[in-house]
Write a new protein. Structure first.
Length: 350
């Protein structure tokens, strides 16, 4: 839908440009978080930073609107340009996830519902983890990530992260025995083989995706051993738990050991919850045709779903294909429409 069909939301656009203009790569969220507190205070709402650095603006807990403040690194000059569908805001975080963050914040003020802007989502979700430990569950949650103004994300895969380590005696490279580097390669090849044949024709969301993320290896400093370490991540579909995947990966070990360092369970929400129904109705009311989405990554909604027994979904303006990209930008008509949708959703849920 083009910008000409939508009334520009000056307040939401101003807040978004302000937030995008303040760099906030993890863990450097303080200045942007303080700007968000100032926005709520300027609207007569109580807001504060908690012990994790999250922005909290408690109100009607019929629904909690929440998104993350941090971004991945990357310097994209903040600017507005006129694109094919109207005005675009360029800058790191314009899509992931300051567009959703601004939309949710503005809608939360206008609707009088609770809000949380959390930190650390791009690394370890420390803000979301603190939030679920520090407050009672709300009646419902809408988490902010780019889905497009007419998209509703109901599912995310989980993630299992670990570091493989192996040490072998040093020796001449003509020897037939595997050294530590070969053991690491052999283990990871076995893991990939194990999951590559696992429903290979199924959609990516329904498959396990193993991915190495770092590797180091070579002769030890004293020259007496060969060492290897391999950082790995496995994305976990809802039909598995992370403990299932850990057990299967451990079964492929020959030499070496794995220290599993983090796990977040997958989630798949029903399209028939009050939250999903409210979002569909609000999108239709704004002239859209709702799309139900499943994402192959992992988000803070996984944390909320694992801790709170309440209906939830993820929603926000922006094209998720631009997440973390060097050309990250948001078509501002999406922001305008998303705020309108979120106001209507809050009215239905409260």
């Amino acid at each position: 839908m083009s910008e000409s069909a939508i009334a520009a939301d000056a307040e939401a656009r101003e807040l978004l440009e302000r937030l995008v203009s303040i760099p906030s790569p993890t863990p450097e969220e303080d200045a942007c978080a303080d700007a968000l507190v100032s926005f709520f205070e300027s609207q007569g709402r109580e807001a504060f930073r908690d012990d994790a650095g999250n922005v909290r603006a408690p109100a009607d807990d019929s629904v909690l609107y929440t998104s993350h403040i941090d971004t991945v690194p990357g310097d994209i000059p903040v600017r507005t340009e006129v694109g094919e569908n109207g005005t675009e805001l360029w800058g790191r975080g314009s899509v992931d996830a300051k567009g959703p963050l601004a939309a949710l914040a503005v809608a939360a003020v206008r609707a009088g519902v609770s809000f949380a802007g959390v930190v650390g989502e791009e690394v370890d979700s420390r803000g979301a983890r603190h939030l679920v430990a520090d407050r009672d569950p709300p009646d419902a949650v809408i988490n902010g990530e780019p889905s497009g103004w007419d998209g509703i994300t109901l599912g995310y895969r989980g993630i299992l992260s670990g570091t493989y380590g192996c040490t072998s005696e040093s020796g001449h490279t003509s020897r037939p025995e595997n050294n530590a580097i070969q053991e690491a390669i052999a283990w990871w090849a076995a893991v990939e083989d194990r999951f590559d044949g696992d429903d290979a024709d199924a959609p990516v969301f329904e498959r396990v995706t193993p991915k190495p993320v770092s590797v180091e290896g070579g002769t030890s400093d004293d020259g007496l051993a060969v060492e290897a370490t391999l950082g790995v991540q496995l994305r976990v579909p809802p039909r598995y738990s992370t403990s299932d995947i850990r057990e299967l990966a451990d079964a492929e070990l020959g030499g070496g050991t794995v220290e599993w360092t983090d796990s977040v369970e997958p989630t798949m929400q029903s399209p028939r919850t009050p939250v999903a129904r409210a979002l569909r109705a609000a999108i239709r009311g704004a002239g859209g045709d709702p799309r139900l989405l499943r994402k192959t990554g992992t988000a803070d909604m996984n944390i909320y779903a694992g801790a709170w027994d309440c209906p939830m979904a993820t929603y926000g303006p922006g094209d998720s294909d631009l997440d973390h990209a060097p050309n990250e930008h948001l078509e501002l008509h999406e922001l305008d429409r998303a705020v309108s949708v979120l106001e209507a959703v809050a009215e239905r849920l409260t």
